[in-house]
Design a protein around this ligand. Structure first.
Ligand SMILES: *[C@@H]1O[C@H](CO)[C@@H](O)[C@H](O)[C@H]1NC(C)=O
Length: 894
């Protein structure tokens, strides 16, 4: 019960709020544990700041919560303090209070006494920007337990070795403005006691040389930085061979007088884990061959920015075999005037690389400038060079390029700069494109830019544009810079596209007169920052929208436009008078984002047909419509039999009719029955069905029994049929051998064939020399295998005067499996082989096989592509099917 509510509240507001009476005891136990575990670090920043400000009320210190912890930052920088602030008498800080960062930078503190930090608990102490000439040996002792980071600047004296040595747990140390010409000789070992030091920065120590043991002590140093050592002319290669630097990941030696990275400089080094090497701001003109040998397995970032590297000699040959390189900074080397050969980096396939070549003197971009690394390029900075031309294919294969800077090429202001067409290869990857300051050829802009759908930042400032490029695909665009161009007006069309993302639009210094109230119509990315510095607009009612948007915060006008008609005053200062007409309404805006759906045509109703009654020669049909969407005009009814002949047609039946009786129809015939509903305004609707009329009263047994047989019966019948067939074939052979050798009968074609007609049994075909037998083996379907239909001509095939192609076959007979045959010359009643007598109805000649009626043979005169090629029976439906066609080639002349 020592831990009352107050403590719990102090530890965590959120947890206290969550506390529920029902689970209070559980929470109590949990919190007790949590408080005990976290007590040394946990704090309520506000409460602690109150205590701190109270204790240091005589100073202008600022207390704020630390960004990355629950602790506080006490900032007493820039106060002209001459000593570390001391607490007001009688004030005591809570023992748990730890100042995460105590900033005393940029003051005039010169001395640190033994008691300077009495009663403080500090994690990080910043004493930079002071000139601390004297530090008593015990000055840091009160901080030993908590201090992890120290920044301190001296007065170009020796570093306070004894005082520092007590901070054995220091992890980060930054010391500037000391004087140690030869770091690391026996008198100048400063880091020996920092066993846990991870990061060490020495700035301006006037170092001339670094001895081999200089950084001995810390065994896990990860980052070493040497800055502003102007007397240092050589890389301290010796120390890199030492075991104590084997964990180094970052090495930065900058602002020295080092002039070269010698051959095999790192070959013997222990820097096997080095990931970043920063040698920027030196005097290096040479990266000798194999200079970086030994670093290739680990190096990810390499900078030689602001040196004197030359591209016209072979001094960059050392930039080779760094397969894991992700960042290479060669910017600010004024003697680099061509793109170095990056292919020798031998980048691994999976590496994305950022290359910075800004602020050099590169003057041209040739076709293969980036060969070998083009597909690997993530970022390319070529800004501030002298590039006046680029080969159209300079950007070939850069399909992974995210960031491209081409801004501000020097000395090429008069030439129009054409964006290379190969930039389109980066259209799907580019997110940041900087073209500011280029005198752009506008046609190349409109060719290349509109495809860049992933752009987030596009800088086209000072590029001479007269038009905003098409943004329609740029639905990710957040920042668009168009400052200093020749835009004269801005309307909705110009800004169609990035309506969900655009946050910044810079239009300053354009001769814009007019800005439509619709430019941000359908935008959802408000508030939008809009810069219109020194833009002079005609301020009237049609600009009132901008005033309103600026007032209500939807638009943040960093630079309000001026009103050309109000003495060039700011739009925002003219609030009352710009639109005296209260009734003014902004014109409506288009919505280009929703594609208007095509006008909905009403769905036509569907027809349902119902057979009411069927007889042998009639059928009664009724129908209904599913709805009454269209205005019904009439119904048509069409009945066609399976031979393709139309037997019944009624057109323009009154819409009241929903039933019709169709007669006369052929009996025992499949009919296609169609009803068509015609409407006033919508397409007519057709529905068809198939109905078979019943058998006529006079029709006898038909040969269709096979259709309903079981499989077994089918097989039996098939076998019987095959046997019968065999007999028939034998009979045929008999005929061939015996009958055909008889003298020719005088049986020429009749002069006027009557077709079709029936024949008496005595007239049945007799085989003669001009008789032909058409044999059509049937497809092996169902149980008809082995069945053959034999059509026997009566010899009239030579009658070339016949007008109807169907007459060519004359008579056909189907043989039944029992040996009987059936003449097939007439429609409804066939002649059975036993009687030989049948009746013929109508003028049509119909043929059937054992499956039913055959489609009508097209008229002979109708031949053509689809018509019969030869006189004879011809089934149009099987035109492509040689197997079923009666093919003259396969005739057997008896
Ligand atoms: C101290 O001054 C330097 C130089 O003006 C500045 O860079 C640094 O940020 C300042 N430090 C603080 C903590 O204000």
């Amino acid at each position: 019960m020592l831990l009352g509510n107050r403590v719990i509240y102090t530890v965590s507001n959120k947890m206290a709020v969550m506390a529920d009476k029902r689970c209070w005891s559980a929470l109590y136990v949990g919190l007790t544990l949590a408080v005990l575990l976290t007590l040394p670090h946990a704090s309520d920043a506000q409460t602690w700041c109150t205590s701190l400000i109270d204790a240091f009320s005589s100073y202008n210190c600022v207390c704020r919560p630390a960004s990355d912890s629950n602790d506080v930052v006490l900032d007493c920088s820039n106060q002209d303090l001459t000593s570390v602030p001391s607490m007001a008498p009688g004030k005591v800080l809570p023992t748990a209070l730890i100042i995460h960062e105590f900033i005393l930078a940029n003051n005039s503190i010169t001395r640190l006494e033994d008691n300077s930090f009495q009663n403080f608990r500090v994690n990080a102490l910043d004493l930079s920007g002071n000139s601390i000439a004297s530090v008593s040996d015990g000055a840091f002792d009160p901080l030993i337990a908590d201090l992890r980071e120290l920044r301190m600047d001296g007065n170009f004296t020796e570093p306070p070795k004894s005082a520092l040595n007590s901070l054995k747990d220091l992890e980060i140390l930054t010391l500037g403005d000391y004087k140690v010409n030869y770091l690391g000789d026996s008198d100048h070992l400063y880091f020996f006691s920092f066993k846990h030091l991870k990061r060490l920065t020495l700035r301006q120590w006037k170092i001339i040389a670094i001895e081999i043991d200089a950084f001995k002590g810390p065994n896990s140093l990860q980052s070493l930085t040497l800055l502003q050592e102007q007397d240092m002319v050589n890389l301290p290669l010796d120390i890199f061979t030492q075991d104590y630097l084997k964990n180094l990941k970052n090495l930065k030696i900058s602002m020295t007088s080092i002039v070269e990275v010698g051959e095999k400089a790192f070959s013997d080094s222990m820097l096997n884990d080095l990931e970043e090497l920063d040698l920027s701001d030196n005097l290096i003109s040479d990266i000798k061959a194999n200079s970086l040998e030994g670093l290739g397995l680990s190096l990810r970032k390499l900078s030689f920015a602001s040196n004197y590297l030359r591209s016209d000699t072979s001094d960059l040959t050392g930039l080779s075999n760094l397969p894991r390189l992700e960042e290479l900074d060669l910017s600010g080397n004024e003697d680099i005037n061509v793109i170095p050969d990056f292919s020798q980096l031998n980048l691994a396939d999976q590496t994305d690389v950022k290359i910075f070549l800004g602020n050099n003197n590169i003057n041209t971009l040739s076709s293969n400038a980036f060969s070998g690394i083009a597909p690997r390029l993530h970022t390319l900075d070529l800004s501030q060079n002298r590039i006046s031309s680029m080969a159209p294919d300079s950007f070939n294969e850069m399909a992974n390029l995210h960031v491209l800077r081409l801004s501000q090429q020097r000395g090429v202001t008069t030439v129009k700069f054409a964006l290379p067409s190969s930039l389109s290869e980066s259209a799907n990857s580019l997110t940041h494109l900087f073209l500011n300051g280029l005198n752009l050829d506008e046609s190349s802009v409109s060719e290349v830019l509109p495809h860049m759908a992933n752009l987030e930042v596009l800088d086209l400032s000072h590029t001479g544009l007269t038009q905003v490029p098409n943004l329609q695909k740029m639905v990710n665009l957040q920042e668009l810079y168009l400052t200093g161009n020749s835009l004269t007006f801005l309307n909705q069309d110009h800004l169609i596209g990035p309506r969900e993302t655009l946050k910044k639009l810079y239009l300053s210094q354009n001769p814009i007169k007019l800005i439509s109230s619709c430019i941000f119509a359908h935008y959802t990315s408000f508030p939008i920052t809009l810069a219109l510095q020194s833009v002079q607009l005609e301020c009237n009612c049609s600009l009132a929208w901008l005033q309103r948007a600026a007032t209500n915060g939807r638009i943040n006008l960093t630079h309000p436009p001026l009103c050309s008609n109000f003495n060039i005053e700011s739009l925002l200062s003219k609030n009352a008078t710009i639109c005296p007409n209260d009734d003014f309404k902004d014109p409506p805006c288009e919505n280009p984002y929703t594609t208007t759906p095509p006008p909905t045509t009403p769905r036509p109703p569907s027809l349902t047909l119902k057979l009411v009654k069927v007889t042998s020669n009639s059928l009664t049909l009724s129908w209904s419509l599913s709805n009454t969407v269209g205005t019904l005009r009439s119904f048509d009814v069409k009945i066609t039999n399976s031979y393709g002949n139309s037997e019944f047609i009624r057109n323009d039946l009154h819409p009241r009719f929903f039933q019709v009786e169709a007669t006369p129809l052929l009996p025992d015939t499949q009919h296609k029955v169609c009803v068509i509903a015609n409407f006033q305004s919508i397409n007519s609707v057709t529905e068809c069905t198939f109905i078979r009329t019943e058998k006529g009263s006079g029709s006898g047994a038909s040969g269709q029994e096979g259709d309903s047989d079981s499989d077994n019966a089918g097989i039996i019948i098939g076998a019987v049929a095959a046997a019968v067939l065999l007999l028939i074939i034998l009979a045929a052979i008999f005929y061939l051998v015996v009958v055909r050798r008889r003298p020719k009968k005088n049986s020429g074609p009749t002069s006027t064939p009557v077709q079709p007609r029936n024949f008496a049994k005595s007239e049945l075909p007799s085989m003669s020399e001009d008789s032909r037998t058409f044999t059509r083996p049937k497809r092996p379907v169902d149980n008809h295998d082995g069945m053959q239909v034999v059509a026997i001509s009566d010899g009239q095939v030579n009658d070339r005067h016949a007008r109807n192609g169907s007459a060519r076959v004359g008579r056909a007979a189907m043989l039944h499996s029992d040996g009987s045959y059936k003449l097939m010359s007439a429609g409804d009643s066939s002649t059975e082989g036993t009687s030989g007598i049948g009746s013929v109805s109508g003028s049509q000649s119909l043929y059937e096989n054992d499956r039913g009626l055959l489609p009508k043979t097209p008229p002979y005169h109708d031949h053509g592509l689809r018509g019969p090629r030869q006189p004879g029976y011809y089934n149009e439906a099987f035109e492509q099917d040689k197997y079923d066609e009666i093919d003259m080639q396969r005739e057997v002349t008896v």
